[in-house]
Design a protein around this ligand. Structure first.
Ligand SMILES: C[S@@+](CC[C@H](N)C(=O)[O-])C[C@H]1O[C@@H](n2cnc3c(N)ncnc32)[C@H](O)[C@@H]1O
Length: 694
C-alpha cells in the first residue's frame, strides 16, 4: 500500500511520542551484567506489553475491578522489569502487530496492514527498543499488563524456550560452538572454519573482479592484483599515472613500448582507463578518442571536466560593449573582452552579483551565451532588411544575435519544434527588444519549405548529441549510444536538406545556409555536409569568414575523403580554444535543386503548397531522405558492392594505425552489409554510395 493513499485516507500515522512513548534510548549500564539470553527473552515479553499498552490507549479496557486486582500484582514486579527493559533489543516478528492487536474493527485492521511494510516491519521509521518501554509510566505498564495478560501468543510468539536461537546472531552461535570445543570435534570445527574462510575469500575475489569488469581495468593484471591484495577499489591516481605513461609510450612506440605488447594493447588499456577515470561509456570514449592523437585526446577529455568560462553577449539593440562593461564593473564584476574575434562578447572571471538578475540583464542589455554560440551567427552574417530563418531557434541566443545584427530590420523567423522551449524563446526576444522576430512552432522537417521558403539566409543550429558541451552537461558521457549516432545524423541531414530547399538561390544579398552543431563527432558534422553535397549539387561550401579562429574541418576520416572544400568548415574544441566544442559550415546555394534530386516525405505536396504560399521557392526544391538514402548516407563515393572488400581492408589498416581494434571493422561491415542489402531489397533505386560512418 503506497504511502500516498495512506496519507490521503487518514493522514500520517501518530508517532509513538504522540501515543505517550519516549523513544529515546537510555544508558543501560545497570543491566550490562544481565545474561544475554535472559535479556532477549525479557525483550519479547515487553513487546507484548507495548502491544497491550496500545490497546489500553485505544480504550479497549477491562472492567475497573479486574484492573484494580491486576494492577496490584503488576506493581510488585514493576521495578524488576524496568531493569530488564533498559538493555534489551526487541526483535519484531513478521507483521508487527502494534496496532492490529488492539484494533477490533476492519478499518483498524486495514490501518495496521498499511503501517506495516512488505517485510512485515512496522513502517514508522523509528526502531523500537527496549529502552522505550523503560520510559513507560508506571500506570501505563500496569495497564498494558491488564490488557494483554499472557494470552496474546497467537499474535506475537513470546515463548523463549521454543525458539531461543532465533534471537541470537550468527556470531553468538559461533561463540557457543567454540565454547563447546573438545578434542573430539576440534578437527571438524577447524575444517569447517577453513572452508568458511575460503568461501569468504572467494566471494571477495569475485566482487573485486566484478568491480574491475565494470571499470574496465582488468587488463592491467599488476594493478588488479595489487588492488585485490589490498582489497581496495581502483585507485584513480594509479589509473591517471598509467594513462600518462601509456600516452608517452604511444607517442614513441618503437622506442618505449614493451615488445610483448602491441599498439592495440596499449590503446585498449588507455581507452579502458579513460572510461574508468572520466566515466565515459566505452562506445563514446572510443568515438571521441578516434578524433585525435592519444595525447590530444587526453587533453580533450581533461578539458571536458570543467565548464568553459562564463561569457555574455552585449545586446547592441540596447547598449554597447563599453557601456555595459562599465556598468558591470561598477557592480564589482571582473571581466574582459572575450577575444579579438568578437566585438560583443565579455568574459566574466568573477561576479559578486548573480549575472542573471542584474538590472542590466533584466533590461536586456546582455544575454549569457557560450562564446562558441556567437560563431554560427557571425558566419551567417545576416544583413539588414533580409528575410532570415532560424530553423531550430530556442531558447533564442542566436536568434536575438541575428536580430541585433540586422538592427531590428527585415524579418527573422525563429522556429522551434518544442513548444515549451519556444515560450522561452519568446521571453528572450521580448527582453532583448527584438522587434523583427516572428516565433513559430513547427517541425522544421515538415514545415520548410512547405509552409515558408525563399529565405535570404537560414541558420540550422541543429539538435545534436552535445559531445562538444560535456563540460556543461556531463550526462552526455553515458547517455549517448550507437542509436543516437544513427538517428541524430539522419535528422540533421533531413533538416539541412529542408534548409537548403528553403533558401532563395536568387537572393540579391544572400542565398546562404549555415549549419552548426555543438557536437564534435564526424557523423554529425562533416558526414552530414558531405551527404547534402551529394544530394544537392546546387550548394557548395564557402568560407565561414571566421578567420583563423578554430581549426579546419576534416579533409578525411576513416579513409574517406571529403569534399575538397571541407577544410573551409570550422571546428572548435574545449582544449584548443577554451570554448564549447562546435562545428560551423557555411553553404551557398548556387541554383535551384535539380529535378532528379531525391524526393520523399510528401515533397510533391510541399512543392505545390509552397508555390501557392510564396513566390520565392524554387519549384524543384523538395526532398526527404528515403530508407535507401539512410543506408546510403556515408561520406560519399562508394557505390559498388565489390568495393566492400577493399573498404574493409582500408578500414582495418586505419584502425590498426591508430591502435584501435581492427576486428571492430569486421563487425561493423557485417552489420552495414546486412543493412544495405535490406534497404536495397526494399527499393529499385540504385544507391549512390554506402554508409560509412565510424
Ligand atoms: C541546439 S538547440 C538550438 C539552440 C538555439 N539555436 C540557440 O542558440 O539558442 C536545438 C533545438 O532544435 C529543436 N528541434 C529539434 N528538432 C526539431 C525539428 N524537427 N524542427 C525544429 N526544431 C527542432 C530543439 O527543440 C532545440 O531547441
Amino acid at each position: 500500500m503506497g504511502v500516498g493513499r495512506r496519507f490521503k485516507k487518514q493522514g500520517p500515522p501518530a508517532t509513538l511520542e504522540e501515543l505517550g512513548l519516549n523513544l529515546k534510548r537510555k544508558p543501560n549500564s545497570e543491566t550490562s551484567q544481565e545474561p544475554v539470553k535472559k535479556r532477549r527473552r525479557s525483550g519479547e515479553t515487553d513487546v507484548k506489553k507495548l502491544v497491550r499498552l496500545d490497546r489500553a490507549l485505544r480504550g479497549d479496557q477491562e472492567s475497573g475491578d479486574i484492573q484494580e486486582s491486576k494492577k496490584s500484582d503488576v506493581k510488585k514486579q514493576k521495578q524488576e522489569k524496568k531493569l530488564v527493559n533498559k538493555d534489551a533489543q526487541i526483535t519484531f516478528p513478521p507483521k508487527f502487530p502494534f496496532l492490529a492487536v488492539g484494533s477490533q474493527d476492519d478499518e483498524q485492521a486495514e490501518e495496521v496492514e498499511e503501517y506495516n511494510d512488505n517485510d512485515g516491519n512496522a513502517a514508522f521509521g523509528v526502531p523500537l527498543d527496549e529502552a522505550s518501554l523503560s520510559d513507560l509510566d508506571d500506570d501505563e505498564i500496569a495497564q498494558a499488563e491488564l490488557e494483554g495478560g499472557s494470552s496474546d501468543d497467537s499474535v506475537f510468539d513470546s515463548d523463549p524456550d521454543e525458539q531461543p536461537r532465533r534471537m541470537f546472531s550468527e556470531d553468538e552461535d559461533e561463540s557457543d560452538a567454540e565454547a563447546q570445543l573438545t578434542a573430539a570435534n576440534i578437527e571438524g570445527l577447524s575444517r569447517k572454519l577453513d572452508q568458511e574462510q575460503a568461501q569468504v575469500e572467494a566471494e571477495a575475489q569475485q566482487e573485486l573482479e566484478d568491480a574491475a569488469l565494470q571499470t574496465n581495468i582488468a587488463k592491467d593484471e599488476g594493478v588488479l592484483d595489487s588492488v585485490a591484495a589490498q582489497g581496495l577499489a581502483p585507485d584513480l591516481a594509479v589509473v591517471r599515472t598509467r594513462m600518462t605513461e601509456t600516452i608517452r609510450v604511444l607517442g614513441n612506440f618503437s622506442a618505449l613500448a614493451d615488445k610483448t605488447k602491441s599498439r592495440t594493447d596499449y590503446t585498449e588499456q588507455l581507452l579502458s582507463d579513460i572510461c574508468t577515470y572520466y566515466g565515459y561509456t566505452p562506445y563514446l570514449a572510443e568515438k571521441l578518442f578516434a578524433l585525435f592523437t592519444p595525447a590530444e585526446a587526453f587533453a580533450f577529455f581533461e578539458a571536458n571536466e570543467t565548464p568553459r568560462p562564463v561569457v555574455l553577449r552585449t545586446n547592441t539593440l540596447r547598449t554597447n560593449r563599453r557601456t555595459l562593461a562599465q556598468a558591470l564593473i561598477n557592480r564589482g564584476v571582473v571581466l574582459e573582452p572575450v577575444g579579438k574575434w568578437s566585438k560583443v562578447g565579455l568574459q566574466v572571471f568573477e561576479s559578486p552579483v548573480p549575472l542573471g538578475a542584474t538590472p542590466e540583464y533584466l533590461a536586456g542589455h546582455y544575454i549569457l551565451q557560450a562564446a562558441s554560440s556567437f560563431l554560427p551567427v557571425m558566419a551567417l552574417a545576416p544583413q539588414p532588411n533580409e528575410r532570415v530563418l532560424d530553423m531550430a531557434a530556442a531558447p533564442g541566443g542566436k536568434t536575438t544575435y541575428i536580430s541585433a545584427l540586422m538592427r531590428n530590420t527585415g524579418a527573422v523567423f525563429a522556429n522551434d519544434a518544442n513548444r515549451q522551449r519556444a515560450k522561452g524563446l519568446i521571453g528572450n526576444v521580448h527582453r532583448l527588444g527584438c522587434k523583427n522576430v516572428v516565433v513559430c512552432n513547427y517541425d522544421a522537417q515538415k514545415a520548410f519549405p512547405k509552409i515558408l521558403g525563399g529565405f535570404d539566409r537560414i541558420l540550422l543550429d541543429a539538435p545534436c548529441s552535445g559531445t562538444g558541451v560535456i563540460g556543461k552537461d556531463p550526462s552526455v558521457k553515458t547517455s549517448k549510444n550507437e542509436r543516437d549516432f544513427l538517428a541524430l545524423p539522419h535528422m540533421q541531414k533531413q533538416l539541412l536538406l529542408a534548409a537548403i530547399d528553403s533558401v532563395d538561390h536568387k537572393s540579391k544579398t544572400g542565398g546562404y545556409i549555415v549549419y552548426s552543431t555543438c557536437s564534435v563527432t564526424v557523423e554529425e558534422n562533416e558526414g552530414v555536409v558531405q551527404y547534402v553535397l551529394r544530394k544537392r549539387p546546387n550548394v557548395k561550401i564557402v568560407d565561414t569568414g571566421l578567420g583563423n579562429f578554430g581549426s579546419e574541418g576534416f579533409k578525411t576520416y576513416m579513409n574517406k575523403k571529403f569534399d575538397d572544400k571541407m577544410p573551409l568548415t570550422r571546428r572548435y574544441f574545449p582544449h584548443r580554444e577554451n570554448v564549447d566544442g562546435f562545428f560551423v559550415c557555411k553553404l551557398k546555394k548556387t541554383g535551384p535543386t535539380p529535378k532528379n534530386a531525391g524526393q520523399a516525405n510528401g515533397s510533391g505536396e510541399a512543392e505545390a503548397n509552397t508555390s501557392m504560399v510564396n513566390g520565392h521557392k524554387d519549384k524543384s526544391d523538395t526532398d526527404g531522405e528515403t530508407a535507401e538514402d539512410a543506408a546510403d548516407d556515408g561520406f560519399g563515393g562508394f557505390d559498388d558492392e565489390e568495393d566492400q572488400k577493399y573498404i574493409a581492408q582500408a578500414e582495418k589498416k586505419w584502425l590498426k594505425a591508430r591502435g584501435l581494434d581492427p576486428k571492430a571493422a569486421d563487425r561493423k561491415n557485417r552489420t552495414e552489409t546486412k543493412d544495405a542489402s535490406q534497404s536495397k531489397s526494399g527499393s529499385k533505386k540504385k544507391a549512390g554510395g554506402k554508409k560509412h560512418g565510424k
